[in-house]
Design a protein around this ligand. Structure first.
Ligand code: FAD
Length: 516
């Protein structure tokens, strides 16, 4: 803890020396006000930390040289990879250090890519073995479009695709496909990583496995991901997309758990996607994350929500193509048979696969046009063990959230299976076989975010007081003790890997794990 970094003025001196010493860097390391402004904020719009400079790398060597340079001076400066900056609490910032803008590598060929066929987007697809080699700064939306050209698509997704591969692999990358295929970190075969020493290392479960497992879910602590080999599958053409409403939490949870259970999964016609969310007294049943419900259904859904306070929305999808278009309806019917949703509240859509995967984008565009996207986002994302999810519903959702009555944002709530997570990775989940992800995705005015932060704190305090052993997803802690509790039995390994791969504690200081 408490690694000291030099004052910005000193770093700027270093910056000039650096630019002169390494000619390839001359024009890609910047400290102009616009570069500093962009790298000093994130999607959260809650914290602001100025770096001394921003590196726009044109090759992996640029990154490696920068890290080596920092290692070799008496007082190293911090370095943070920044993907798309969609963290909410400064995780991709480097106070007084250097932020590496990974997306500027999108259009450059990696200089270390021996044996890899790399196109101009730093993205190549292997049709025979169903994988893609993807730059760490690539957006998932670009990965989708490039792989679809080969009739393939990644197995594991996030709901929102304008996130970078390196950014989501540093956390986990979850969505409704996670119950079946695990998070994105479980669908990576190999990576190229520039470690905290500045060394370029290719790693996989077989080679340099400690680095491989450390980096996945490793919050940027051990190295910068410059390439990931990710699993693909044949892409379907279209999607049957269904939402069912419940007013009874236990029926909702029981049905969700049944659908993701081993029996549910093993059926050859298993669901491809399962999520869930809450409808709270928020006016429109749609929100920026999903505009699923047709306008004509608003009045009766709103009156249902008004009557019950909280309505639970189960959301499932089944993919199909020309071979399965005649059977998909029957398969879906069988899967949903016997569920306890309110029979008059079932809604179905049939959409193109890309429209389904990119479903959050239209909400973003709408908010962007209203100036409501770049506002504070006091988010709280949790993993809750299945055995305590009813207590969570009663104490947090029906207790704190309904009582405070400030939540109008999307609230996600759906289960996944622990066996689909590889415990050797850095990512942390609850000990139980089934756990729920719960996401409070608040947006607020610039003067209002503290009220949501207070609610978040009350939720965490409540869980601690009644012994609900939650884990934070996209975690944020202000003390090292908080991080030690978070990692639990994995802390020792996490710390050991830090000592091995980034002993000078240079990387990703914005996570505040090893640096204040
Ligand atoms: P950044 O915020 O830029 O970086 C995140 C962390 O990763 C930082 O510590 C950074 O230093 C490090 N990092 C970035 N790139 C690299 C790299 N190449 N190598 C090593 N470390 C790196 N998450 C989900 O799992 N599922 C979702 O459905 C989902 N939806 C979201 C929707 C929205 C609108 C937003 C804002 C976030 C969502 N997230 C979701 C969270 C998201 O996955 C994380 O915030 C992720 O870190 C964002 O990726 P990024 O490219 O913006 O990363």
């Amino acid at each position: 803890m408490g690694e000291k970094f030099p004052a910005p003025t000193l770093l700027i001196v270093i910056f000039f020396i650096l630019s002169r010493l390494i000619p390839t860097m001359g024009y890609s390391l910047r400290d102009d006000p616009e570069s500093i402004r962009l790298a000093s904020s994130d999607y959260g719009h809650i914290l602001r930390e100025n770096p001394a400079a921003v590196l726009y790398p044109t090759s992996i060597d640029d990154i490696s040289s920068l890290i080596k340079f920092s290692n070799n001076i008496s007082t190293p400066f911090s370095i943070a990879a920044r993907g798309h900056g969609h963290s909410t609490m400064g995780q991709a910032m480097a106070p007084n250090g250097v932020v590496v803008d990974m997306m500027s590598l999108k259009n450059h060929r990696p200089s270390h890519a021996s044996g890899i066929i790399v196109n101009t987007f730093n993205l190549s697809v292997n049709n025979n073995n169903y994988y893609a080699d993807v730059g760490g700064g690539q957006l998932w939306i670009d990965v989708l479009h490039a792989t679809l050209e080969h009739g393939l698509a990644p197995v594991a997704w996030t709901d929102y695709l304008y996130l970078t591969v390196g950014g989501t692999l540093s956390n986990a990358g979850i969505s409704g496909s996670a119950f079946r295929f695990g998070p994105q970190i479980n669908n990576v075969y190999e990576m190229d990583v520039v470690t905290g020493h500045g060394d370029f290392v290719t790693c996989s479960p077989q080679n340099n496995s400690d680095l491989f497992f450390g980096v996945l879910g490793g919050l940027g602590q051990f190295g910068i991901i410059t390439r990931a080999r990710i699993a693909l599958e044949p892409a379907p053409k279209r999607v049957k997309w269904v939402r069912m409403l419940y007013n009874d939490f236990s029926a909702y949870a029981r049905d969700q758990e049944r659908l993701i259970s081993v029996n549910g999964r093993k059926q050859s016609n298993a669901l491809d996607y399962l999520e869930g969310s809450l409808l709270i007294n928020q006016g429109s049943p749609n929100n920026w994350r999903s505009s699923f419900f047709p306008r004509s259904t608003y009045p009766r859904i709103i009156s249902l929500v008004t009557k019950h306070g909280i309505i639970y929305s189960l959301e499932v999808a089944k993919y199909y193509d020309q071979h399965t278009e005649t059977t998909v309806d029957k398969e879906l019917e069988l899967l949903l048979k016997g569920l306890s949703f309110l029979p008059e509240f079932v809604f179905e859509k049939d959409v193109a696969y890309v429209e389904f995967l990119n479903r959050v984008k239209s909400g973003e565009e709408k908010l962007q046009s209203q100036g409501q996207w770049d506002v504070p986002h006091p988010w709280l994302n949790l993993f809750v063990p299945k055995s305590r999810i009813s207590d969570f519903d009663a104490g947090v959702l029906k207790g704190i959230v309904l009582k405070r009555n400030i939540t109008t944002a999307p609230v996600l709530l759906y289960p996944m299976n622990r066996t689909k997570w590889d415990d050797r990775m850095s990512a942390v989940v609850p000990e139980e076989e089934v756990f729920y992800t719960v996401g409070f995705l608040h947006s607020s005015g610039f003067d209002e975010w503290e009220a949501f932060e207070e609610q978040n704190k009350e939720i965490l305090k409540f869980c601690a007081s009644v012994g609900i052993e939650i884990k934070q997803y996209l975690p944020y802690y202000e003390t090292q003790q908080g991080w030690m509790n978070h990692f639990g039995s994995k802390w020792k390994t996490f710390r050991k890997r830090k000592a091995l791969f980034d002993p000078k504690k240079i990387l990703s200081p914005g996570q505040r794990i090893f640096n204040k």
